[in-house]
Ligand binder design. Structure first.
Ligand code: IYR
Length: 218
């Protein structure tokens, strides 16, 4: 049965306002960087809750919203997560990763040490739900849906003046265990959230120009 409908609340902008909005967002988003050095300074948890609400406005397959955001501030749990992640990363950097992959990571300067997992005041673990509470509650396009929600979340954090990193220790099975998540949930991303450490440096890397990412079919 279709849901009842209501008029769309759509903001139609005049051309100048469109330009101004998109330019303002572009200059803000150009400054977004993945941060790997966090200050221990606490953040306003209510702002992060709001960012989760914004993320949860993302479109999803059949509106199933197949995601869960677990926000960890407990120092003990962050320590457990750091230790488990570093175990996986030591295996990754110590031989599990193909040479080619390690070469591609060189510009980022990453290694198996993940102090940010304890230093960042919050760790947000985004879980994807492959189905609902029972297996016959189907979910659709789960990766696409959760990926879009992750994008909304990263954008919301940046707009709120917070730094994050899309961290993917692999495999991430330990996160479900440590955080006691049900069997229908699989860790999708681990996002430390906080302020950059004083003097935080980031690698000088380039984004592809528009000509390399856009194809126009006229
Ligand atoms: N998970 C590892 C390796 C890593 C992989 C990719 I793809 C990156 O963009 C960055 C790192 C780590 O976090 O160090």
């Amino acid at each position: 049965m279709s849901a009842p409908t209501k008029p769309l609340d759509f903001e139609r902008l005049d051309p100048a306002a469109m330009r101004a909005r998109v330019e303002a967002l572009a200059s803000s988003m150009r400054r977004r960087r993945s941060v790997r050095h966090f200050s221990r300074e606490p953040v306003d948890l209510d702002v992060v809750r709001r960012c989760v609400e914004i993320a949860s406005l993302a479109p999803s397959g059949a509106n199933k919203q197949p995601w869960r955001f677990v926000v960890v501030s407990s120092p003990g749990v962050k320590k457990q997560i750091r230790e488990a992640a570093e175990n996986e990363e030591r295996a990754f950097y110590g031989g599990r990763a193909p040479e080619r992959w390690l070469k591609d990571l060189e510009p980022l300067g990453t290694d198996a040490d993940k102090p940010f997992l304890e230093e960042a005041p919050l760790l947000v673990v985004l879980f994807a739900q492959k189905h609902g509470e029972t297996e016959d509650e189907k979910h659709y396009y789960v990766n696409e849906s959760v990926g879009i929600a992750a994008g909304f979340f990263i954008l919301a954090l940046h707009q709120a003046g917070l730094a994050t990193l899309t961290h993917t220790p692999s495999p991430m099975g330990f996160l479900g265990t440590i955080l006691n998540r049900p069997a229908n949930e699989r860790a999708f991303l681990l996002l430390p959230v906080g302020y950059p450490a004083p003097g935080c440096e980031v690698p000088v890397i380039e984004k592809k120009p528009l000509s390399e990412v856009l194809v126009e079919v006229r």
